[in-house]
Ligand binder design. Structure first.
Ligand code: SF4
Ligand code: SF4
Length: 442
């Protein structure tokens, strides 16, 4: 008998562990004695042995055979789950803010200030009408999609996309959100914007080109959007400069009545390092997550905030519904259903590196032409990365960021692990406690 490659013990408290097996979907609360059996430190009690075998933590399969089972799971999953396409439309690379950590700032300085025009929009829709049966979602993206000069393009995208049956997500800095709410009202629109702290901190991080802050306008925009019935996703980008800010953000949401608002969700996202961008206050993801988790002791409302950690959402589902969500066979939507169309006629799949030649996968205007990278991106899974094939975290992690693999190693077939094990073992117990608490204390 072997201990399954895919069994992961996570400590919840002194003598309670969550024992997860991502291959079998088993999720068990166990004590130290069970772990000692798995580690071969004590002779197995018959009942424990039977249960561990039945749940798949102990198995007759070799690691190779287990990985073949995962491959079969993948084939079945792909057949049963048509791809949900998300179409990002970059209305312009231009932005009205100058946030110091912006990952697109280098592109903005290279790309001329052009707003996507009618013929490009028409071509995008004629392509997606042919390629995409899912009719899932159009994402208005930039630069900043909500500039006044983009209004005609925004309206055209909403009208045409709605006719085809799409819903919309607008990723905006929120400064002009209030002015656009009326345009959004007839359609199914969700808006994501960013609040990086209380006013004095937020305004030092997210400011206009003339240096003035944006906090008040964003708050007004969110109020207007909620009043119009739109869904709002509120994000807080965290790095060393605002590491301790979340309790105040959550307090603000509480005062605004957003914390339990059915149309509002909140998440934190560590600021990431992009090659070529000089921004130093970046801290490791594990530091961000550990700090946020520690803050929940004093500020329990932080439990309502989600983590931007790939795999964490699978556990939210586990703890809410008692079932393991679909495994993560790839890391992000760049490897499945995302298309990014820019105003210059280029197509990308990685949303965070639009405008960069390395991330370009083809052109759509005047005609649709893919380059060699397109199929490499779409085929990248945990099975095309040798290290991931036998990694116990593979079905949660998905192999790491493809773009980072490309820039660091020159190939998409390498893993980008970050410190997944460390982050996973602090975030998942936190989620477990958060869901448990919400059931006791609704
Ligand atoms: S990227 Fe690293 S942690 Fe993630 S699945 Fe691959 S080997 Fe495991
Ligand atoms: S490839 Fe990496 S940078 Fe690009 S969208 Fe995916 S996770 Fe983000």
């Amino acid at each position: 008998m072997n201990v399954s490659v895919y069994s992961i013990p996570l400590q919840l408290d002194e003598n309670t562990y969550l024992l997860i097996n991502s291959r079998t979907g088993a999720l068990d609360l166990v004590d130290e004695e069970v772990l000692r059996v798995l580690r071969n430190e004590i002779p197995p009690d018959e009942t424990i042995l039977d249960t561990l075998t039945e749940r798949g933590h102990l198995t007759e399969l070799t690691p190779y055979q287990e990985s073949e089972c995962i491959k079969t799971m993948y084939d079945t999953y792909v057949q049963g789950h048509p791809v949900l396409h998300q179409h990002f439309i970059v209305l312009t690379y231009e932005c009205n803010l100058q946030c110091p950590y912006c990952y697109l700032s280098d592109i903005q300085s290279k790309r001329e200030s052009t707003v996507i025009d009618g013929p490009h929009i028409d071509t995008i829709f004629s392509i997606i009408a042919r390629l995409d049966e899912s009719r899932y979602r159009i994402i208005l993206y930039g630069g900043e999609p909500l500039l006044r000069k983009n209004r005609d393009a925004v309206k055209k995208i909403l009208e045409t996309g709605d006719d085809l049956g799409y819903s919309f997500l607008v990723l905006t800095n929120g400064v002009l959100l209030r002015d656009f709410v009326e345009d959004f009202q007839p359609y199914e629109v969700a808006v994501q914007t960013t609040i990086d702290g209380p006013q004095q901190i937020h305004d030092k991080r997210r400011f206009k080109k003339n240096g003035s802050g944006t906090f008040s306008e964003i708050i007004e925009g969110i109020d207007a959007a909620l009043e119009a019935g739109l869904t709002c996703l509120l994000r807080t980008n965290i790095d060393a400069d605002n590491l301790s800010v979340l309790p105040e953000v959550v307090q603000l949401y509480h005062e605004k009545g957003w914390l339990h608002h059915p149309k509002v969700s909140m998440h934190v996202s560590p600021v990431f390092k992009k090659p070529g961008i000089q921004y130093t206050p970046i801290v490791p993801r594990s530091t961000v997550y550990d700090t946020v988790i520690a803050q929940t002791q004093k500020s329990p409302d932080i439990m309502h905030v989600s983590f931007d950690l790939k795999g964490a959402e699978l556990f939210e589902q586990v703890f809410e519904k008692g079932e393991l969500g679909p495994p993560r066979f790839w890391y992000c939507d760049a490897q499945s259903g995302t298309f990014v169309f820019d105003p210059f006629g280029d197509i990308y799949v990685c949303t965070e590196h639009v405008g960069e030649e390395q991330a370009r996968v083809g052109r759509y205007y005047p005609d649709l032409v893919w380059n060699d990278m397109y199929s490499e991106w779409r085929n990248r899974t945990i099975f095309t990365i040798p290290e991931c094939r036998t990694c116990k975290y593979a079905l949660f992690c998905g192999g790491g960021c493809g773009y980072e693999a490309l820039t660091r190693f020159g190939t998409l077939c390498r893993p980008v692990c970050y410190n997944y094990e460390e982050v996973f073992s602090s975030v998942v117990p936190h989620l477990y406690r958060a869901v448990k608490k919400s059931h006791v204390d609704p």
